[in-house]
Ligand binder design. Structure first.
Ligand code: ATP
Length: 701
């Protein structure tokens, strides 16, 4: 069944029977073979839509399998399977010798490809019943549940059972799923858009005839997307049916995305959709204490001048940008004297409650102290402090704390929670309230708190200064931030207002609204960050992905140096190489890199791994892209070698980073949060604005 073509009649399985894994794999094959956003969205939409019509219990496992995860990020379900368990399972079911298997690894570099090759030589006498989507997902959950002694053997046995039953491409995608490297360009946003569209198209009203016959969304059509191409080209539909469908898509997509960023749990969203469709989904799947929302993020700026330029007369507050760990703290009073329930989530929505028993204790003390308090969600930064004078310590101090299961008695690093936002209080969602109101509620309801109990964490408001105190006061506050252990300032709009849309278009008086509401998952212009280092060098650091390297020379012989770094091209769901980096690494880091990216391992290959466009760079080896590094550079330059942002500022040259320097590994960031080519282009443009003469124009004149 071609997932690009939606044709219920041709689906060869009886309705209401569990959907086969091969159906999902067919979609994965299509997804990994394309960079076209239209094809990706159509494939996902029609896949989800088919499942909605055929076997609804297969929908949720499919969403997880397409996203290559087993659960929401905060629920700690991890496969916990190493590459050696997978290799042993492949070897066992294929009967290949260790050296034959190693040869396969060396020639392909991808464990999924190895499984496919190994399995293609195996003759099966008795055919196995087809693998089902639900069964595959449940097996993965069982792998995650195997813990303790004998877990590796149990995991291997489950993988072998799956591989024995897998046919053709199924082996490849099973093993890619197990290796957490699915290599398809279906990012979260595409999946949410497709889910929304699938729901729209499944409504009986739409199936009743709104879809044009030449659209892939039509019952039996085989053509490419008419609906999206009309939308993409910005043509207003000549066919009213398409216009209507497009409008329904747009509304549904916005709704599903809005619900997801406030309540990122597919299980609850799917249940909400089955139980009432899209109508009032937000009411059925609301922001909930105990479930982290995606946090608001800030936009980089280079100077106070730029901040005043961007915000004009709009009142703002400047806050210290602390160098700690973002923490979303959820608290809800227990029923009848039971202990309150407390959760602490990272910026990346992982549950880190057991890392901070001192903060859990602190929150319980606050509940005791305030009998009227029922529930809250606070946004904050946890910072290591000196327990004596409360002085700020560096992020490195904080990172010495174990990641989980910390006992109060083991705590050596004291922390303070610096609160900066309140998004929920006593049953009321505060997202839509302007920051001035949220901030004042936060400050009045959660005053600085130092528990009398030894070992409990502290709570304080972020240090801040309001623009209403005048520019001099803000300049002074900036100086204070520069001299402190903070990273700089966060500037936050207090009341919603309007700003000039494009500062460079002189004479253009168009203004656009700038809300001071809490915007989950958005890098908003109402939150501006100004880092100390902005004063020199580039406005912001870049979050880049190491994708390859050259063999080092001289002192660095035996190590990887330089390393090739890439940014994300979100429109093509791929990585594009930007520059070589050879500074900022310690010798220890070089050695760790050699171990981590050892030649012939899953992490290092002679072929590009995943979708990496290296342009004119020809590294000796390619790394499996899976980590994000923070990189600082002197400036952005036009480059004949890099293809990053090609066509965005110049038709013949990409953008590169001059004098890149490694700062740190961003363990809190996923690949999909790495900087994008658009960000690079935006930095280039910002830089041009600052020093047109230093940079010269683009080569397009
Ligand atoms: P960076 O790379 O600069 O750390 P980021 O990409 O992690 O930034 P940004 O939105 O760009 O995230 O910067 C905001 C981050 O700064 C927050 O995620 C939070 O961890 C930290 N932070 C420290 N102090 C504050 C504050 N007063 N208000 C908001 N965020 C703060």
């Amino acid at each position: 069944v071609d997932p690009l073509v939606y044709d219920i009649q041709k689906f060869p399985w009886p309705a209401n029977t569990p959907a086969p894994y091969s159906f999902l794999v067919h979609a994965l094959v299509t997804l990994s073979g394309t960079r076209s956003r239209i094809v990706i969205l159509n494939t996902l939409t029609n896949t989800l839509r088919t499942l909605l019509n055929w076997h609804r219990p297969s929908l949720l496992p499919s969403l997880y399998l397409l996203s290559n995860c087993l659960s929401p990020p905060y629920s700690l379900v991890e496969l916990g399977i190493g590459s050696s368990v997978i290799s042993k399972a492949i070897q066992h079911i294929s009967g290949l010798s260790s050296s034959a298997l190693r040869r396969l690894y060396n020639s392909s570099g991808d464990p999924g490809d190895v499984a496919f090759e190994a399995k293609s030589n195996v003759r099966t006498l008795i055919p196995h019943p087809p693998l089902l989507i639900t069964a595959v997902y449940n097996s993965l959950l069982n792998i995650a549940k195997s813990k303790g002694q004998g877990a590796a053997n149990q995991k291997q046995a489950i993988v072998e059972k799956l591989l024995v039953a897998a046919k053709g491409e199924e082996s490849r995608y099973l093993v890619r799923t197990l290796s957490q490297n699915l290599r398809v360009g279906a990012v979260r946003t595409s999946i949410l858009i497709a889910l929304a569209r699938a729901l729209v198209l499944t409504s009986p009203h739409i199936l009743g005839g709104f879809v044009r016959e030449d659209s892939p969304y039509h019952g039996t059509s085989q053509s490419v997307s008419a609906v999206q191409s009309i939308a993409a080209e910005g043509k207003k539909a000549f066919d009213p049916a398409c216009d209507e469908l497009h409008e329904k898509f747009t509304k549904a997509e916005a709704l599903v995305k809005r619900v997801f960023v406030r309540h990122p749990n597919y299980e609850h969203i799917v249940a909400g959709l089955f139980n009432g469709g899209l109508d009032s989904l937000e009411v059925r799947v609301p922001l909930t204490v105990g479930i982290p929302l995606h946090p608001t993020l800030g936009s980089p700026t280079r100077s106070l001048d730029e901040i005043y330029d961007r915000l004009g007369d709009l009142p703002f507050v400047a806050e210290f940008k602390y160098d700690g760990q973002r923490a979303q703290i959820h608290g809800v009073r227990g029923v009848k004297d039971d202990n309150p329930s407390v959760h602490i989530f990272s910026r990346h929505l992982e549950d880190m409650t057991t890392k901070y028993p001192d903060i859990v204790h602190l929150v319980r003390c606050i509940f005791e102290d305030q009998p009227q308090l029922q529930s809250f969600i606070i946004d904050s930064e946890i910072v290591a402090i000196d327990p004596g004078d409360g002085g700020l310590k560096s992020f490195q101090e904080l990172s010495n704390r174990a990641r989980k299961d910390v006992e109060m008695s083991d705590i050596k690093i004291s922390v303070c929670v610096f609160t900066f936002d309140l998004v929920y209080l006593d049953g009321e969602v505060l997202l839509a309230r302007p920051f001035r109101e949220r901030r004042s509620l936060l400050r009045s309801r959660f005053p600085p708190f130092l528990s009398c109990d030894k070992g409990a964490g502290r709570l304080d408001h972020v240090e801040s200064c309001e623009s209403e105190n005048g520019r001099d006061a803000i300049e002074e506050f900036w100086q204070k931030a520069v001299e402190s252990r903070s990273e700089g300032l966060m500037i936050k709009l207090l009341d919603s207002g309007t700003i000039q849309e494009d500062r460079t278009q002189k004479g253009n008086a168009r203004r656009k609204p700038l809300p001071a509401t809490y915007e989950p998952d958005k890098r908003t212009s109402a939150w501006l960050k100004l880092k100390k280092d902005y004063v020199v060098g580039l406005g912001d650091t870049l979050d880049m992905v190491p994708v390859g390297a050259w063999h080092g020379n001289g002192r660095k012989a035996g190590w990887w140096s330089p390393v090739l770094l890439a940014v994300r091209d979100s429109s093509n769901d791929c990585l594009v190489a930007v520059c070589k980096c050879m500074s900022g690494f310690s010798d220890t880091f070089y050695k760790e890199m050699v171990a981590h990216y050892s030649e012939g391992s899953d992490n290092c290959s002679t072929q590009p791994l995943w979708r990496t466009d290296t342009g004119g760079f020809r590294p000796d080896v390619y790394f499996r892209p899976h980590e994000v590094w923070e990189i600082r550079g002197a400036d952005i330059t036009l480059s004949p070698v890099s293809l990053a942002a090609l066509g965005m500022v110049s038709s013949s040259r990409g953008l590169s980073l001059r004098f890149p320097r490694f700062i740190k590994t961003r363990e809190d960031k996923l690949l999909e949060q790495a900087s994008t080519v658009d960000f690079l282009a935006q930095m280039w443009k910002g830089q041009q604005g600052k020093s047109a003469t230093a940079q010269g124009g683009t080569d397009d004149g």
